[in-house]
Design a protein around this ligand. Structure first.
Ligand code: SF4
Length: 400
């Protein structure tokens, strides 16, 4: 790889610049809105447990537009990701996107790659103000990707949708969910994504919720190995890298930076390039709105603070006890509550909830032992020892 492309560098610089001045107590950086749970696919890891038909309780068009008017009150305006299910299953998706763009929101779209992702729809998406489109690719070849998606031919459909988006001039993001099924082929995703011209690769570490409960997530050691490989390799990727549901990547980046910086959530990494200045986490810089208008900290953390637009999503994000405690590192319990990195990391609140039922408890995907120095933490659990040995040896990330 020849290093990050100018488009990806620009995307990262813009994201980091907007994050730097953001007060997470006032505004989220990203809002993901599940427009519908309807989807033609039945993906093995689907958080939404998507269904073939639309739920009659979805927000109708007037309430959808009212929700946009409400969240346009965040200052600065967040990124609004229109997701699902498949957002293209709603006929009013472009009316909603156009309204959001007019109200100053930065709109992204995550369609399912089906017969609906036509060149004409991608052109329309760009015309109404969609700024980025994200397609999911979970493996570098058709057989495994199609197994994830539950639909033979989905890999080819995805490539066709990506081509249509590219011809429409839409910047491309690739989303990949990592679990034991695909960890051993994750390195091979890099040349594929590079060849597609993506500006960002968004790697989601499986949270066992929705249909994802039936899949096995990586062990703590497996998480650590893969995160360390991503951290070592990202500078050579010709696209930006984003990691979701594994905030311990910020601990790993701090270790790489070698300064042991523990200055809290506003810490800016020493290299100034490799990570945003602030750590987005469930309910802290991130908000999710379900198809029924439930305001949640994340799509992977199905706890509702209230129902929009009857209640203001802005007020719920800023004032609801659920959101406020998720932004308070002092409220964390278990290992994460004792951890020196709790302000920059805090663990995946969604995974803690999915595994233990306690959204403020320990994130079981992290092998770090609080209270030990970075250089001595490998003497903690056997998983920590394993991960550190692998990282220093430069081994492959794929062993679950
Ligand atoms: S113990 Fe928790 S807070 Fe500390 S690095 Fe691990 S996941 Fe993050």
């Amino acid at each position: 790889m020849s290093g990050t492309s100018s488009a990806a560098r620009a995307a990262r610089a813009e994201r980091d610049g907007r994050l730097a001045g953001l007060d997470f107590d006032r505004s989220p950086f990203v809002i993901a809105w599940e427009l519908t749970r309807a989807c033609a696919y039945a993906c093995a890891h689907c958080r939404a447990d998507a269904q073939p038909r639309r739920d009659p309780r979805e927000l109708d068009t007037p309430r959808a537009l009212a929700l946009i008017d409400d969240i346009a009150g965040f200052d600065p305006a967040p990124i609004l990701v229109l997701t699902g299910g498949d957002p293209l299953m709603r006929r009013d998706v472009f009316e909603i996107a156009a309204h959001a763009d007019r109200r100053g929101l930065r709109v992204a779209l995550t369609p399912t790659a089906t017969a609906l992702t036509t060149p004409a729809r991608m052109v329309e998406a760009r015309a109404v103000g969609v700024r980025r489109v994200a397609f999911s690719l979970d493996a570098p070849a058709a057989a495994l990707h199609d197994r994830f998606r539950g639909f033979s031919g989905s890999f080819e459909r995805t490539l066709a949708g990506i081509e249509a988006a590219g011809e429409a001039g839409l910047p491309l993001q690739i989303n990949t969910t990592v679990c034991v099924l695909n960890a051993n082929v994750i390195e091979r995703m890099v040349p594929l994504i590079a060849g597609l011209g993506a500006v960002q690769w968004s790697v989601f570490f499986l949270v066992p919720t929705g249909r994802g409960r039936r899949l096995a997530m990586l062990s703590a050691a497996g998480h650590e190995r893969l995160i360390r490989w991503l951290d070592r390799s990202a500078a050579e990727f010709p696209f930006d890298l984003k990691i979701t549901a594994a905030p311990q990547h910020r601990r790993v980046a701090l270790e790489r930076a070698g300064d042991g910086g523990l200055a809290g959530a506003g810490y800016r990494f020493a290299d100034g390039l490799r990570r945003p200045a602030k750590g987005v986490n469930d309910g802290r810089g991130f908000m999710f709105v379900s198809h029924r208008g439930e305001v949640m900290p994340s799509g992977f953390l199905p706890l509702s603070a209230g129902r929009a637009p009857a209640e203001s999503a802005v007020r719920l994000y800023r004032e609801a006890p659920l959101f406020r405690e998720l932004r308070d590192p002092g409220a964390l319990g278990g290992k994460c509550g004792r951890c020196e990195f709790r302000e920059v990391c805090g663990g995946s609140r969604a995974r803690a909830y999915a595994v233990s039922g306690d959204h403020l408890g320990s994130d079981p995907s992290c092998p770090y032992q609080p209270g030990k120095s970075l250089s001595s933490s490998s003497s903690g659990s056997s998983e920590a020892s394993s991960s550190r040995a692998t990282a220093s040896g430069g081994g492959p990330p794929g062993t679950p």
